[in-house]
Design a binder for this molecule. Sequence first.
Ligand code: TYM
Length: 332
Amino acid sequence: MNRIFSGIQPTGNLHLGNYLGAIRNWVKLQKDFDCIFCIVDLHAITVPQDPAALRQATREVTAAYIASGIDTDRCIIFNQSTVAQHAELAWVFGCITPLGWLNRMTQFKEKAGKQRDNAGLGLYGYPVLMAADILLYKGTHVPVGEDQKQHLELARDIAGAFNRQFSVEYFPLPEPQIFGTATRVMSLRDGTKKMSKSDASEFSRINLTDDAAAIADKIRRAKTDPNNLPEDVKGLEGRPEAENLLGIYAALTDKTLEAVVQEFAGAQFSTFKGALADVAAAVLGPIGSEMKRLMADPAHVDAVLRKGADKAGAIAARHLREVYDIVGFLRP
Ligand code: TYM
């Protein structure tokens, strides 16, 4: 059986990268897969969070899923902390994951920075919990942005290590699904840096709740280079800002990068930016207003999460019992 599992951290400022790299692909995939979409609040606390803001962000990510078109009858939507088995399976996996594997994780190195000794155990074990998220449901496909690729390779390695250690074929090896023209959306202020929730500059990202005026303003101020747009895709080499903006346009209009480069060949950035602002507002506008409507009805959002927690919890409990039997825990 094919099952999708994916998730987003409730750490504020959901942006265009989260939408194009992840959520939009989920909406497309939900027809063909059994889908579980999580709001990964246990991951969020690997760096300090304000409790009230965390609760608010959890509802906001849930609202974004629904507003983007995730069908709450067909798919399971829940927040990770409501299903205790995530942490329990992460413990089992932590016991079979060599430190050498974790030492290679580039995201830990980036997040811990020079203060490595002050980084928490949770931040270090972050990818182990992520493997537990997916494998707790025997997830086979994981649609994510490019930046999660290394974590998914680790999840495959952990699944393999478990199966080998206990001589079972219990866990599938989950496949990353990284597709579309915007698998890595870059900052509007610097085409060599990923668009990120934590960037200090609001002008680096387009948030899902930005209105048309804010979107147009951010795109107008987006960094460019002095030349007009190139005649072909090869002409994008060494022009990260042009490549990023054209890639965003391609993703938003469901066209190939080649087609978009053709469409704007030789154009000035100002002309292109106007067109980009229009398509961005047309796609994000309805999502942003639906999110605001849902956020005004937290009882509804919470009900969706409760239903999801019940469904996810039933699968998780069954699988963790099987894992505990394999490991050799006595059930007296
Ligand atoms: P998070 O919350 O950082 O990001 C959520 C999703 O958005 C994608 N993404 C991007 N895609 C394109 N361009 C960008 N600039 C960009 N920024 C973010 C991410 O690739 C991701 O798909 N570790 C995960 C959450 C997680 C998870 C999981 C994902 C926890 N458990 C199990 C899949 C399966 C994370 O931090 O995502």
